[in-house]
Design a protein around this ligand. Structure first.
Ligand code: PAP
Length: 302
């Protein structure tokens, strides 16, 4: 994290194509950011003033962001049983509408999110790497969700093939291993937050998608404790898990149009259904080993 502003002009930054779009990404301080977000990312870093109680969710792309948004929002805005109007917000809002991704929303002329809303706690999300966050967030709690590289890549491939001109899997593997994808390189993004959680576990919580799938109750309780909203009532964790489940959210009308690509299979080791062993080895050599060297293992491979 740094308060130092970047003196580089956007046009000086190295550019890369992504999927079929030329110059879609620009390399800032070692990370490939979507070119269209360079200004808002810089403005966020320079101008954002965190407030006490702010909670920031952070993630690379396609690692469980939507699920984490739904869970964190449910924990911080528990419906009160005696308030008939305080219905489950997820029933009528996509999780991305409830938790703004700062670099997408903050300075967008069409945003409907008021980030300067004085009510606390503010719940925000970012795909930005830790080193590009505003300095004032150093006092805030951050919940980071990561996922194994093979499953992340396959999720990314399906997502971008659904929303943009499709590319063959070989090209997607090449792109992932080179690190030139939105907010990549993946290993560096994950490593920064992993090292930070080890330095400051009271401020940065590291969650793995695979753990959420295997032991969802334990992981939701861990997130709740970390956020200072422990789940005490019997059945509360189960209720939140049901509300936030892929099966439920995917079938809600609010998530059908425009948001359908966020909800797919949600399975661990789905990468194995698409990647050849050679592709898996390549991803492991380019990405996995760097994380394993830091003591970080994901169960999508083994
Ligand atoms: P984003 O980066 O565009 O926000 P993100 O939500 O991080 O996407 O990741 C999407 C993945 O999470 C999808 O995985 P898949 O492609 O392997 O299926 C999606 O299905 C999964 N996902 C979305 N919502 C949920 C949920 N409620 N529970 C479990 N997995 C979910």
């Amino acid at each position: 994290m740094s308060s130092k502003s970047s003196n580089e002009s956007n046009s000086d930054l190295p550019k890369s194509p992504f999927w079929e779009e030329p110059d879609a990404l620009a390399l800032r301080e070692g990370f490939w950011l979507p070119t269209c977000l360079l200004d808002s990312a810089a403005s966020f870093r320079q101008n954002f003033q965190a407030r006490e109680g702010d909670v920031v969710l952070a993630s690379p792309i396609k690692t469980g962001t939507t699920w984490l948004m739904a869970i964190a929002h449910s924990l911080l805005h528990k419906p009160k049983s005696n308030d008939a109007n305080n219905a489950d917000a997820l029933a009528s809002n996509n999780p991305h509408s409830l938790v703004p991704t700062v670099e997408f929303e903050l300075w967008s002329p069409t945003t409907t999110v008021n980030i300067f809303d004085p009510t606390s706690p503010r719940l925000l999300h970012t795909h930005l790497p830790f080193s590009l966050l505003p300095a004032s967030l150093s006092a805030s709690k951050i919940v980071y969700i990561a996922r194994g590289p093979e499953d992340t890549l396959i999720s990314m491939w399906h997502y971008f093939n659904a929303v943009a001109a499709p590319v063959p899997l070989e090209k997607a593997v090449e792109c992932f291993c080179s690190g030139a994808h939105p907010f990549g390189p993946f290993d560096r993004h994950v490593a920064e937050y992993w090292l930070e959680t080890r330095r400051r576990p009271e401020k940065v919580l590291f969650v793995k998608y695979e753990d959420m799938k295997r032991e969802p109750g334990r992981e939701v309780s861990r997130i709740a404790e970390f956020l200072g909203r422990p789940v005490a009532a019997e059945g509360e964790v189960e209720e939140i898990l049901w509300r936030c489940s892929l099966e439920r959210l995917k079938n809600l009308e609010v998530n059908a149009a425009g948001h359908a690509a966020y909800f797919r299979k949600g399975e661990v080791r789905d990468g194995k259904n698409y990647l050849t062993p050679e592709m898996g080895d390549r991803i492991h050599r380019s990405v996995g080993v760097k994380l394993e060297a830091l003591g970080l293992f994901f169960s999508d491979r083994r």
